[in-house]
Design a protein around this ligand. Structure first.
Ligand code: ADP
Ligand code: ADP
Length: 232
């Protein structure tokens, strides 16, 4: 369970204080696929970056699996982050490493032994459908394949939550659907909670159970997708 209580995030800018996230309260249940939609600048990215401590709330609490993220020490936060995977619009892969080594990277950091690492990477490669591409470099892959590497890497340490920051926004419509179907399959297979942000209603309608609509840092509507958006 993830709970946000009265979460505010402000940035100091040249023009004064900017409130990027303005008193947000949310509850996300285990195993849910939860979407956050809004226009550019609405505060979506700032919001999900608080789930894994990439941003610290100015006030309020972000509680993930019983831990108040902002109150964790550096060591505990590092441990917690292994259980909160993240994927990105531009994939953020390591360009000089192969597919295999990109996926192995978080396992190396976590200190997993070589034999176990190899077994786990092979399992992840199968899960995301990249068998045969182990030795390829990211520059040799299509956008969809790059995001499959991103997903496998994010799942390496067996997280309970996956954060998706506009993860399909750089992909064409067909590849977007393939990646969304992969996320649904993973959600069903391992019961992972998925939180995704997007500016595309199609993405929410296709896979999300619930949705929060953000405007100017506020959640203006929230609930089951069909309740919030109605039937197509
Ligand atoms: P979205 O993801 O919905 O596009 P963001 O969370 O990226 O929105 O941004 C929300 C607002 O916060 C925007 O006005 C943005 O310019 C501002 N913002 C985000 N990060 C920073 C930062 N590090 N410093 C100053 N302003 C920021
Ligand atoms: P797109 O999302 O448009 O498909 P890419 O995946 O090609 O973009 O690139 C995403 C980001 O990684 C970009 O900021 C790009 O500059 C950078 N990048 C792409 N290829 C390489 C590379 N071979 N070496 C270093 N950086 C790269």
């Amino acid at each position: 369970m993830i709970t946000l209580q009265s979460v505010v995030k402000q940035f100091a800018t040249k023009k004064g204080t900017l409130t990027a996230v303005d008193n947000v309260n949310l509850q996300i249940s285990e195993g849910e696929i939860y979407g956050v939609i809004g226009f550019s600048g609405a505060g979506k990215s700032t919001l999900i970056r608080m789930f894994n401590g990439l941003e610290k709330p100015t006030s309020g609490d972000v509680i993930v699996g019983g831990d108040n993220i902002a109150q964790l020490g550096i060591k505990d936060l590092r441990k917690k982050r292994q259980k909160i995977g993240m994927i990105f619009q531009h994939f953020n892969l390591l360009w000089s490493r192969t597919v295999f080594d990109n996926i192995a990277f978080p396992l190396e950091i976590a200190g997993v032994a070589k034999a176990e690492r190899e077994q786990r990477v092979n399992e992840l490669i199968r899960m995301v459908g990249l068998t045969g591409r182990e030795k390829a470099f990211p520059s040799q892959l299509s956008g969809g394949q790059k995001q499959r590497v991103g997903i496998a890497r994010a799942l390496a340490n067996d997280p309970t939550v996956l954060l998706c920051d506009e993860a399909t926004s750089a992909l064409d419509p067909q590849t977007t659907d393939e990646i969304l179907e992969l996320l649904v399959a993973i959600n069903k297979k391992i019961g992972l909670t998925i939180i995704l942000i997007t500016h595309e209603m199609h993405v929410i309608r296709k896979i999300c159970h619930k949705v929060a609509v953000m405007e100017n840092g506020r959640v203006v509507e929230e609930g089951p997708v069909l309740t919030v958006f109605g039937n197509p």
